[in-house]
Ligand binder design. Structure first.
Ligand code: ADP
Ligand code: MG
Length: 580
């Protein structure tokens, strides 16, 4: 039923698109064609902008490149328009990667500026390279052969491609790649800790977005029938970008409607065409102020239902045997002589620590004593100045936080890192991203391995949610959860890796006494499966209840280490820290 309801708007749009040529005159068929062409571009761009959160605003450059490539291949080299579209897609894909590359180093506005710069360069080259592009005079666009040479025929062709692009981008959106993109956008550190490769994923998405942009360019040149550099205005770049913003990030339907609205808006306000930039700006402001989630949030009825207010988190540790079947293995995590300073502050000052499989190792100490930093060294986020970290015989390479997931080390964060706009289930599924087998292309085309990956990830994430007591919230947006539920959600996400070691950074902070009790049982049960747990905590009761070993830190050094009983009897610890 949920499937049907989510398909209903798509069926309505497809039905409308099919009826349009019969119900409206040629003028509107051309407008419909234009909307379809723009959407071919926006469908790809949406993955980079709306999903990955990259401010690629100069995307008219891809339309320009595609238009000229297709036109030149047809007019100067006499190739078929279909081959020309493939050529436009290829040039677009390569250019997409070139436009996208700076995103790996530059953030937000700096990246946005590079995309604008690229658009300017492309237009200038089109103007200056007269022998090929015709300069300011331009050149004729490709002409489609029958049956796509008529207005309606070309409309059908563009709609077909628009449908294909919608399907492909929706496939990616609902795959582990789509979830990983959103994770990189909203919780980059957590994404890295689950082993997601930002470089590979972003470049693949820019490649795809470039290809659809190139194809859109080829179609655009055909629709225009004659192209000059001034056809590719800055307004178009703004249109593509704003269509995604008003549509809502992380949605396909929203940006599609946004593209349609922005394409037909100037037609309804024909006298206002000169004002279109101004109109876009007003529309954008209105939307950002009135509905920050865009059209997608407006259409999201399921998340308006109030949640049950007296709900409790009841984990089911007995399910852990199924969730963490392989145990932790034989290897210890060993830190030896770790030193790490931030400027003048020695956050860790010569620390030795051993975390064993199957044990809960408590790490306690006052605020600022270096607990989180220790965890970050194990996870590769912080690079120590001296000392070594090993997992058994294998070194834990400093700075390689992404590689830790593959080595079986998972973690949670002192401040939960999550994708607020994604469901709880999707958030947990992010934890299993690297276990997928299928490639990006297999997901793009919904090939069998994509289906198998999704089924396996969904089943495993539901199991993790049942084990942590969150299964009734699986389909709720994560930003509607209480703080304590987010802590359990992070544990479920980390458990997706079936980790050998689980590092928990103050998981009991913000929990009620009941919840702390259940958390303790859960953590202990995780360790009983063979997983080594490093537990950073302030709640002394929890530490003494469930830990096998405890290390007390002070000013980045070990103040005491031993069993809970030994620590409780340690004079210095008691007077300095436990206040006894
Ligand atoms: P804890 O988790 O035990 O409260 P942390 O490991 O977060 O402590 O911090 C240890 C010390 O290192 C503190 O003095 C803190 O201010 C400092 N510190 C931690 N992270 C950074 C950072 N990124 N930059 C500068 N100083 C930091
Ligand atoms: Mg901390």
């Amino acid at each position: 039923m949920g499937g049907f309801r989510s398909l209903a708007p798509w069926a309505a749009i497809a039905g409308f698109a099919m009826l349009l040529p019969f119900a409206f005159n040629e003028f509107w068929v051309v407008i419909g064609t234009r909307a379809a062409i723009y959407w071919v571009l926006v469908a790809g761009l949406n993955l980079a902008v709306g999903f990955a959160g990259q401010l690629a605003i100069g995307y008219v450059a891809l339309l320009t490149l595609g238009s000229y490539t297709a036109s030149i291949l047809v007019q100067r080299y006499g190739l078929s328009p279909y081959v020309a579209l493939v050529g436009a897609a290829t040039v677009g894909a390569v250019s997409g990667v070139i436009v996208g590359l700076p995103a790996l180093r530059l953030r937000t506005f700096y990246f946005a500026m590079t995309t604008l710069g690229f658009a300017t360069i492309v237009t200038q080259v089109a103007l200056a390279w007269q022998s090929v592009t015709g300069g300011g005079i331009g050149l004729p666009g490709p002409e489609m052969p029958a049956p796509f040479d008529s207005t309606k025929g070309f409309y059908a062709f563009c709609m077909g491609l628009a449908g294909l692009c919608t399907w492909m981008s929706a496939n990616i959106a609902s795959s582990r790649f789509g979830r990983a993109l959103v994770a990189l956008r909203d919780a980059e550190v957590a994404a890295e800790a689950t082993g997601i490769s930002k470089t590979a994923l972003l470049m693949t998405v820019f490649l795809f977005a470039g290809a659809t942009g190139g194809v859109a360019g080829g179609l655009f040149a055909t629709l225009q029938s004659y192209i000059t550099p001034d056809a590719f205005t800055f307004d178009l770049s703004v249109l593509f970008f704003i269509a995604i913003l008003i549509g809502g990030r992380g949605s396909i339907l929203g940006p599609l409607l946004g593209t349609v609205i922005l394409t037909i808006l100037p037609e309804f306000a024909a006298p206002l065409v000169a004002w279109s930039t101004f109109l876009y700006a007003v529309l954008l402001l209105a939307i950002v102020l009135a509905m920050p989630g865009g059209i997608a949030a407006l259409l999201d009825f399921s998340n308006r239902k109030p949640l049950q207010s007296d709900r409790a988190i009841i984990p089911r540790p007995e399910l852990l045997a199924e969730l963490l079947p392989n145990g932790g293995g034989q290897d210890d995590i060993a830190l030896r002589g770790i030193v790490l300073a931030f400027g003048g502050v020695r956050a860790i000052d010569g620390l030795d620590l051993t975390v064993r499989p199957g044990e809960v190792h408590g790490l306690i100490g006052p605020n600022g004593s270096g607990k989180t930093t220790t965890l970050n060294v194990i996870c590769g986020f912080n690079v120590p100045e001296a000392g070594e970290a090993r997992l058994g015989a294998a070194p834990l390479p400093a700075g390689d936080s992404r590689g830790r997931a593959g080595m079986g080390i998972a973690r949670t964060f002192q401040t939960p890192r999550l994708v607020g706009e994604a469901s709880v289930l999707e958030n947990v599924m992010i934890g299993g991203t690297i276990s997928g087998q299928g490639s990006f292309v297999e997901s793009l085309l919904r090939l069998p391995r994509h289906g198998r990956d999704e089924a396996a990830l969904t089943a495993r994430a539901m199991l993790a949610l049942r084990a942590t007591g969150l299964e009734t919230l699986a389909h709720v947006r994560a930003d509607r959860l209480q703080h304590s539920e987010l802590r359990f959600m992070e544990i479920a996400r980390a458990a997706m890796l079936a980790p050998k070691f689980l590092l928990l950074d103050e998981p009991a902070a913000g929990l009620s006494p009941d919840e702390i009790g259940r958390l303790g049982v859960l953590i202990k049960a995780i360790a009983r499966q063979g997983t080594g747990v490093l537990l950073v905590e302030h709640h002394a009761d929890l530490i003494f209840d469930i830990c096998d070993q405890v290390t007390v830190l002070n000013l980045g050094r070990e103040l005491a280490a031993g069993t809970p009983a030994e620590i409780r009897a340690h004079k210095e610890v008691v007077s300095a820290y436990l206040g006894g």
